[in-house]
Structure formats: structure tokens, C-alpha cells
Design a protein around this ligand. Structure first.
Ligand code: PXL
Length: 273
């Protein structure tokens, strides 16, 4: 099995390519990174430097087409600009198809707020990418953005069945095709619980894990990578979401830092998954 992981490389934050490469490699899956940017730390830190990788995504597309390589899965995450998002769309059109699995994590914001790279033009590209994906893994802020609703409503949580029904309704508005699955990640539940809500061709389900109520950097990336790995390893969507939810809960439980920017200590638990 081989996956193209289209994401940034951030030295601090335990996110993006670090998460993708660690998780998928530990599952016996080859990872070919497509670096969208290189950063000293993820953009939630008060200060960071971002190195522009130029048209690396475009060169990956051209060179890999010359090599005639194919992928069983394509995973996309953070993109720094509208221009890079455009190249990612080209890359995906070139390498994702009906014979492989495309997972799009529409990284745009969190906690009701958009990240600094967000613009209307950027949003247009992300919407195009999300529309052609087999699976998308937005957090609540990103789901609301994709549904054309106010992201500030991201204070929504799942405290009861009615809350879940409301989020399912929004997810169904975003779903581009009957065959598409949407996993809404990191929704706050009762007593610090973390909920992931999956809307898939066979139905809907809320899957929960224990948490300390903090929203750590990189958990969405770990989740998306482990979800794709499980799907490629033959698990059904509900089992894959359950296992990915368990991984995040365990990783949060083992995390020493209370500073969300440093991410979770997933290294401590990966070998037991
Ligand atoms: O985990 C999402 C993410 C990925 N990459 C970078 C980020 C963020 C979230 O802030 O800044 C560079």
C-alpha cells in the first residue's frame, strides 16, 4: 500500500507530515510526502517562520507522472496559500481516482476562527477538493464554513441527541455525493468527552473518547492519517473511525504538556495500535 501525503512539515506541533508519516508507516503503508510548506512550528505558535516550497507540489505531479507511479490513497491537509491549493487540486485530479481513496482534511480553522492563510479564493479551492473526496474530516468550524454557515457557531457541542441531529443535518448539506463519508472531528461532549460524528453511506454514528477538554494541535492530522490507514487495511468506516477515536483519546491521556500548541505525545502509544 502506498499513500501520497500532501501536507506541510512543521518542526513543532506534532502535526501534518510528521503525523502522516509516523502513523501510516507504523501501519505498514508507504508514505510519499508532498510538502506544501516547511515551518519552524505550526501557525498557532506566537512566532514561526514559514518557508515557501515554491512549486514543489507541481513538480511532484510532473515527476511522478513521468515515473508512472500510482497511489492506493491520497491524503491532503494544510496548504499555505491559494496558489498551493490550486497545485494540490491539479495533483489530486492527476493521482486520485475511482481505484484509490481520497481523504481531504479541509484545514481552514478551529474554535470558530479561520487560520491566517484563509481567503475567499482559498476557500473556493478547498470546496472543490472537498467535493471530489471519498472522505472529508472537517472539525466543526470547517464543517460550518463548508456549509456556508457562521463558523462562530462552532461552540456547538454534542450534549444530547438533538445536538447530534443538528450537526448531521449540516453535514448532509455539505455531503457532495451519496458515496461520500464525512467525519466531523473533535466535537466537545459532556464532561470533557471528545466526539467524532460520522455520516456515511450506511447511516450516522457518534463515537466518543475521554479527553481533558483541550483542543491539541495535530489531533485532526493524526485522526485523518489513522482513518485512511485503517480503510486501506480493510476496515469498514465505522470501525476505522472508532479506532482513530481511540488513538486520539489514548494520545491525549499520555500527553505531558498542557500547552495545546505542542500537540499530543502520540509517540508513546503508536506501537500499541
Ligand atoms: O493541524 C493543522 C495545521 C497544520 N499545519 C499547520 C498549521 C495547522 C493548524 O494550525 O498551522 C502549519
Amino acid at each position: 500500500m502506498r499513500v501520497a501525503a500532501v501536507n506541510d512539515l512543521s518542526s513543532f506541533g506534532k502535526c501534518s507530515l510528521i503525523a502522516d508519516i509516523s502513523v501510516l508507516t507504523s501501519m505498514g503503508i508507504e508514505v510519499c510526502p508532498v510538502p506544501t510548506a516547511v515551518l519552524t512550528a505550526q501557525t498557532g505558535f506566537p512566532s514561526y517562520y514559514m518557508h515557501d516550497t515554491g512549486d514543489m507540489v507541481g513538480h511532484c505531479k510532473e515527476e511522478w507522472n513521468k515515473m508512472g507511479v500510482t497511489f492506493d490513497g491520497v491524503l491532503t491537509g494544510y496548504m499555505p496559500s491559494e496558489q498551493v491549493a490550486d497545485s494540490v487540486l491539479d495533483f489530486v485530479i492527476s493521482f486520485a481516482g475511482k481505484d484509490n481513496v481520497l481523504v481531504v482534511d479541509p484545514v481552514m480553522g478551529d474554535g470558530g476562527r479561520c487560520y491566517s492563510n484563509f481567503s475567499e479564493k482559498f476557500f473556493t479551492k478547498i470546496k472543490k477538493l472537498a467535493a471530489i473526496a471519498d472522505m472529508i474530516t472537517p472539525n466543526l468550524t470547517e464543517l460550518l464554513l463548508l456549509a456556508g454557515e457562521d463558523p462562530k457557531r462552532a461552540e456547538l457541542g454534542i450534549m444530547n441527541e438533538k445536538d447530534a441531529e443538528e450537526i448531521i443535518e449540516i453535514a448532509n448539506k455539505v455531503r457532495s455525493a451519496e458515496g461520500q463519508s464525512i467525519v466531523v472531528t473533535g466535537i466537545p461532549g459532556n464532561e470533557g468527552e471528545l466526539c467524532n460524528l460520522v455520516v456515511y453511506p450506511g447511516g450516522t454514528q457518534v463515537i466518543k473518547c475521554k479527553s481533558n477538554g483541550k483542543s491539541y494541535s495535530g489531533t485532526g492530522d493524526l485522526f485523518a492519517a489513522f482513518l485512511l490507514g485503517n480503510i486501506l487495511n480493510g476496515k469498514d468506516i465505522v470501525t476505522a473511525v472508532s479506532k482513530a477515536t481511540e488513538l486520539i483519546g489514548e494520545a491525549i491521556g499520555k500527553t505531558a504538556s498542557t500547552d495545546r500548541n505542542y500537540g499530543v505525545d502520540f509517540e508513546k502509544i503508536l506501537k500499541s495500535f
